[in-house]
Design a protein around this ligand. Structure first.
Ligand code: GTP
Ligand code: MG
Length: 254
């Protein structure tokens, strides 16, 4: 059999489960660290419930994957997860699901591992969303997840530091209301309202314009040049304001 025919016959099998995001969909990709509970508690012993070193690794990893070939409008990170909102005119790899998932998971895992000095792994999933309202809801959902995680983690680690075991702390908090958890902290002089916003709301990463002074060797003059870079926002708005904020990334152009 000629190689061309052989190649054609075999490609049918590897392409048989290829999926593409259909045109007209908004694309969000979400990455999540694999077994980061073990990483943060046993392998690296990050400060609990929150460690700015861990946050900074997540923020830097987010910036890295926003810059690795796909057109990304907005990045968001909370806990060990990252969400990326693709630009609707992203056409890299024809929006093939396999390419998006494997490249983003690989880039994030490689970058985080080198920055930490230990091998870690991220998974990635693609979430196709049919309209802007659902894109807004997606990010509100992840932000609410951040808020619930933060309250729970603050309670869990407060109890652990008082001497409770893993099981005791988990059982103690099981099925407890938000009011109960706020009270638990308040009784120990921790006002959840005063917890840093990035812990409760997550961190947004988006392109910001800044002006840099540069030297133009032709005109031999110092000139102001506009540049763009991905910057982290540690004080994101919430609720309707966050919804409008997310909408603004799409409204600007689409
Ligand atoms: N100590 C510490 N832990 C953190 C911090 N941020 C996130 N984590 C932990 O990271 C883990 C993320 O949760 P999950 O993604 O649900 O757990 P996982 O172990 O990664 O499990 P899989 O994602 O299913 O592989 C939780 O245990 C969090 O407590 C931090 O700043 N400090
Ligand atoms: Mg995880």
């Amino acid at each position: 059999m000629k190689f061309d025919d052989f190649d054609k016959r075999m490609r049918v099998y590897e392409q048989s489960i290829d999926q593409y995001i259909v045109p007209g969909m908004y694309i969000v990709a979400r990455l999540d660290g694999r077994s980061f509970t073990k990483l943060t508690r046993e392998i690296c012993k990050f400060e609990a419930p929150f460690d700015t070193r861990f946050r900074d690794l997540m923020v830097d990893t987010t910036k890295h994957i926003m810059n690795c070939g796909f057109k990304v409008l907005y990045g968001y990170t909370e806990s060990d997860e990252i969400s990326l909102l693709f630009s609707p005119d992203n056409s890299v790899f024809a929006n093939k699901v396999r390419k998006i998932n494997t490249i983003l998971a690989g880039e994030a895992s490689g970058y985080f591992s080198l920055a930490l000095g230990k091998a870690v792994c991220f998974d990635c999933r693609v979430v196709p969303l049919p309209n802007i309202e659902l894109v807004k809801d997606y990010f509100l959902w992840r932000q609410e997840d951040a808020n619930r995680n933060a309250l729970n983690s603050w309670c869990y680690w407060t109890l652990r530091k008082e001497g409770m075991s893993k099981n005791e702390a988990t059982q103690y908090l099981r099925a407890k209301s938000i009011a109960f958890k706020n009270e638990l902290l308040f009784a120990r002089n921790i006002n959840y309202n005063d917890v840093p916003q990035w812990q409760k709301r997550g961190v947004g990463i988006y392109s910001k314009e800044y002006v840099r002074q540069g030297y133009n060797p032709i005109s031999e003059k110092v000139v102001s040049v506009k540049r763009k870079s991905f910057e982290a926002d540690y004080e994101l708005p919430i609720a309707e304001k966050y919804s409008a904020f997310i909408g603004s990334f799409l409204a600007a152009k689409y």
